[in-house]
Design a protein around this ligand. Structure first.
Ligand code: ADP
Ligand code: MG
Ligand code: MG
Length: 368
């Protein structure tokens, strides 16, 4: 917020931006960090930058977070150079602090970072047409591909057990048992929906433990507005917003993108009967994703992509229902039963995926 940003001038001085500052304005529609566009002029040349205050309410360990971003973006830069791409536009590039660190801290203790500003490209909040969803698939596929050899295990898990479905299930069961708001009797149908699928919750994590699925660098916030689309070519240029990169499974990123991008209803639609999987959108994303990374995905990963979509939707619904049972303390709600509506929408989507399972498998086969 504004109060936390009053020391931005101090932060600008600590980061190694080149030239004289000519302007600095709030920028973009991000909901997590405080983002500004900073323009400098260096010997007549205009140098645009991004400066961001890292939200350390959400991210408790900004130093490890920046270490993750620094490792991954340096690696991406090399991969892009090797492919004769443009390393200043196809990845984020950190502008270091003058003391050599990847971030700086103002005298209020806020953490700030600088990036080169990616010019001539735009982030979109809403899918304008199916092409956007396709480009998003390509971008996240290519991101995974370029990081195929990155030692994902070295990344800090900045949010512990983020997509550990069995751990989420355990928390859910405890919430049902505690029933602190006396709401469990209102949602026995939904509770049973979760419990009926309990045996599937560990499918992905079990494969990871047993070596069937490789540990990957995952992005964990695969929304459309976290990719930049080139204004000239209309193609996905760069994956941004790397705060949540963590070790994880490819099928989680794929699955979460499908969960929110290929649902025919809004995530919190009060009428859950509107929720269903758009096979058209599922196919479009799959096509883009496979173009981006099919050469690095293992056969097992490809086979498990539909399960990724189902697990992410199941897990997300379970988290909404957990929060409903606990009195709506985690997710922001703006009406009664908001979390319950969200949970119902997710479960309706899971049920629809189960109906369309064969078609989902066929689509994956078509693009591999
Ligand atoms: P948040 O976590 O708050 O969503 P983001 O890192 O996604 O923060 O940044 C918010 C917005 O700022 C992005 O959606 C994008 O429009 C813009 N942005 C971020 N980094 C850059 C960059 N390097 N170049 C140009 N625009 C950027
Ligand atoms: Mg963002
Ligand atoms: Mg973010």
């Amino acid at each position: 917020g504004d109060a936390q940003c009053k020391k931005i001038g101090e932060a600008i001085g600590l980061l190694a931006f080149q030239g004289e500052v000519v302007s600095c304005e709030r920028y973009g529609n991000g909901h997590i960090n405080d983002t500004f566009r900073l323009v400098c002029v260096d010997r007549g040349a205009i140098k645009p930058y991004i400066i961001q205050r890292i939200n350390n309410e959400v991210f408790k360990d900004p130093v490890s977070l920046m270490k993750n971003i620094s490792g991954v973006t340096s690696f991406l830069r090399e991969a892009i150079i090797a492919q004769a791409g443009d390393p200043d536009r196809e990845t984020l590039n950190i502008v270091k602090a003058r003391d050599g660190k990847d971030y700086c801290q103002d005298s209020d203790g806020n953490y700030w970072r600088g990036y080169l500003f990616i010019e001539g490209a735009t982030t979109y909040d809403k899918v304008r047409n199916p092409e956007d969803f396709y480009q998003s698939g390509r971008a996240f596929g290519r991101f995974l591909c370029r990081l195929g050899e990155y030692p994902a295990g070295k990344l800090t898990e900045t949010i512990l057990n983020f997509h550990n479905t069995p751990v989420r299930l355990q928390a859910f069961k405890e919430a049902v048992k505690a029933d602190v708001c006396n709401r469990a009797h209102l949602v026995s149908k939904e509770i049973n929906f979760v419990l009926d699928r309990e045996s599937e919750a560990d499918t992905a994590m079990k494969l990871l433990r047993e070596g069937g699925l490789p540990l990957r660098v995952t992005h964990n916030d695969t929304k459309l507005n976290n990719i930049m689309i080139d204004d000239q070519t209309g193609e996905a240029l760069c994956v941004i917003d790397l705060d949540t990169i963590m070790p994880g499974l490819s099928i989680f990123d794929f699955g979460d993108a499908i969960r929110f991008g290929a649902n025919t209803a809004e995530e919190d639609d009060p009428d859950s009967s509107k929720a269903s999987l758009s096979l058209e959108l599922f196919e479009i994303y799959t096509k883009g994703y496979m173009e981006g990374c099919k050469e690095v995905l293992t056969a097992e990963e490809r086979t498990m992509l539909p399960m990724g979509a189902k697990l992410m939707t199941y897990e997300c619904g379970m988290r909404f229902l957990t929060d409903f049972l606990q009195g709506d303390t985690y997710f922001h709600t703006s009406r009664d039963n908001h979390n319950l509506d969200r949970a119902r929408t997710q479960f309706a989507l899971v049920a629809d995926m189960e109906k369309k399972w064969v078609e989902m498998k066929e689509i994956i086969n078509k693009y591999q």
